[in-house]
Structures are given as structure tokens and as C-alpha cells.
Design a protein around this ligand. Structure first.
Ligand SMILES: C[S@@+](CC[C@H](N)C(=O)[O-])C[C@H]1O[C@@H](n2cnc3c(N)ncnc32)[C@H](O)[C@@H]1O
Length: 264
């Protein structure tokens, strides 16, 4: 017998068809999932272990698992462009987001990165995330509420604030700062005053002129250990004799700059 927790009503399930198309559903007893494969009763999944394969009414098979955070983020509604999983992983490692860290983030955008930061700091850390646009903040709140629904609710150590990060953080201190916004160099003199000695700032930027301006600002404000990188992820097809890189890849997304706050 395989160990595991059966699907329950109110939980999310990710359904994957034979062509790898993915559908996110919230299970409700008596409801149906409709697609080109016909219908699937949610009750066919409730009580089953994840990893179960079920048949839709027109005969097509669907695999059902609980969505990972990355699965959820790629399906959730977006106000602003999200940070993709390949870059989220790099940010967590290069910005050294650890359990117990206090993290300042801006802008929240659609909250893709916010959710990953909240998970990485754990129950002993904290995340404060600023978003200047109320409409983006509202979408981020909706996404955060949706992710945490059914898994204990939004943790108290995750706070989403509406506001301009250049104005609003005076008086607080943070171990880490993660800025995914167009002009982070404007924050280097003011916002980063709230960074603890040795603390890490991580900026995520799509273009090289933005990178140059940010690195110059970090240098002029006395930050050290400044590094810039980008991550390229290439998936492969491995099928019999056909073993080769996939034809398509997400090529350019953004550059990552990390730097440490020096104490003198
Ligand atoms: C690319 S999006 C962030 C996406 C987010 N990291 C995610 O993964 O969903 C950039 C966001 O920064 C916000 N922003 C720009 N300047 C800001 C500022 N000074 N303070 C707070 N938020 C700001 C924008 O409104 C926008 O929503």
C-alpha cells in the first residue's frame, strides 16, 4: 500500500492530459471538470491519492497531483509579469533567503516571488512586501489568499503593504532586500539604509542599462561583493532515440544583481 494523503473537497488538484496540458481545479463534491476530453467528476478524485490516473467521459486519461508552488504561480491571475520559477530558485539561493530572515520585497506585483520568499523564511522569519499600484496589490492579495486557502491561511509573518518602497520603510530593519521593480537604483540610498550590516540586496532587472545604473549606484553607496548573473534553463526531450534539447525555451527573462552592505 502506498502512503499518502487522499484528496479532500476544497483542495486544489492539477490535472495533466496526455499532451502535457495542465489544468488547475479546486475539488468540490458533486462538481465536474469540463474539457475537450469530456467531463470528469471531482468525486472521482476525492478520496484518491495524488498521482492517480483517471478517465474522462470521452476516454482520455488525466493524471492528478497536488500543484507545486511553481504550478500554482504559472496558473494564477497576473496583474504584473511574474518572476518565473527558474529565476525564483536563483533569487532564493543567491540572495540567501534563509529560515528566520526578515525580508523586504518590492514590488509585490502578482506575488509570485512573495510566495516563494514567505515559504523560504519559514515561521520564524518575516516578509514585508511593498506595491505602489493598488490594483497590483489587490491582485497579489487575491493570489496570496488563494494559495494559503486550505493550508492554514495567510501567515501573520507575511505582510503586503500598498506604498512606495522609496518612502515607506524608515525605522525598520531587514536582513535581505529583494527588488523587482524598474528603478532600484533610486532605493539604494534611502531604502537600503534599513538593511543590516552584511545584509544582501538582490535586484532583478530585464535590461542591461538598468543593470549598469544599479551597479553604479550600489558602488557609489559603498556596497561590496557586487555580482551580476543570469540563468538559462534548457529542457530536454528524452524519448527513445530522440534525446535532444527542446526546440523552445524561455530564453531571456532577467538579470540578477546581488551585493552586500558593508559596515564602514
Ligand atoms: C515586475 S513587477 C513585480 C513582479 C513580482 N516580483 C512577481 O513575481 O509577481 C514590478 C512591480 O513593482 C511595482 N513598483 C514599481 N515601483 C515601485 C515602488 N517604488 N514601490 C513599490 N512598488 C513598485 C510595480 O507597480 C509592479 O507591480
Amino acid at each position: 500500500m502506498i502512503a499518502g494523503k487522499p484528496f479532500e473537497p476544497g483542495e486544489r488538484a492539477l490535472l495533466i492530459d496526455s499532451k502535457e496540458r495542465r489544468y488547475l481545479v479546486t475539488l468540490q463534491s458533486g462538481k465536474q471538470f469540463h474539457s475537450h476530453m469530456g467531463t470528469l467528476e471531482h468525486d472521482a478524485l476525492i478520496g484518491e491519492l495524488e498521482g492517480v490516473r483517471v478517465q474522462a467521459s470521452k476516454g482520455g486519461r488525466l493524471l492528478a497531483v497536488r500543484p507545486t508552488l511553481s504550478d500554482f504561480v504559472l496558473k494564477m491571475k497576473r496583474g504584473a509579469q511574474v518572476v518565473y520559477p527558474k529565476d525564483v530558485g536563483l533569487i532564493l539561493v543567491y540572495a540567501d533567503i534563509y529560515p528566520g530572515a526578515s525580508v523586504l520585497e518590492a514590488g509585490t506585483g502578482s506575488a509570485s516571488l512573495t510566495l516563494a520568499l514567505a515559504r523560504a523564511v519559514g515561521v520564524t522569519g518575516s516578509v514585508v512586501s511593498y506595491e505602489v499600484r493598488p490594483d497590483h496589490h489587490d491582485q497579489a492579495m487575491a493570489n496570496v489568499d488563494s494559495w494559503f486557502e486550505g493550508i492554514g491561511g495567510v501567515p501573520e509573518n507575511l505582510e503586503l503593504r500598498v506604498g512606495d518602497v522609496f518612502d515607506d520603510v524608515a525605522g525598520e530593519t531587514f536582513d535581505r532586500m529583494v527588488l523587482d521593480m524598474p528603478e532600484p537604483w533610486r532605493a539604494v540610498g534611502t531604502t537600503t539604509a534599513s538593511l543590516t550590516a552584511g545584509g544582501i540586496i538582490c535586484c532583478y532587472l530585464p535590461t542591461i542599462p538598468q543593470v549598469q545604473q544599479t551597479v553604479d549606484a550600489l558602488r557609489s553607496w559603498g556596497f561590496g561583493m557586487i555580482e551580476t548573473l543570469e540563468g538559462l534553463v534548457r529542457t530536454w526531450k528524452v524519448d527513445g532515440l530522440s534525446v535532444r534539447p527542446d526546440h523552445r525555451m524561455v530564453a531571456h527573462t532577467g538579470f540578477l544583481i546581488t551585493a552586500r552592505k558593508l559596515s564602514n
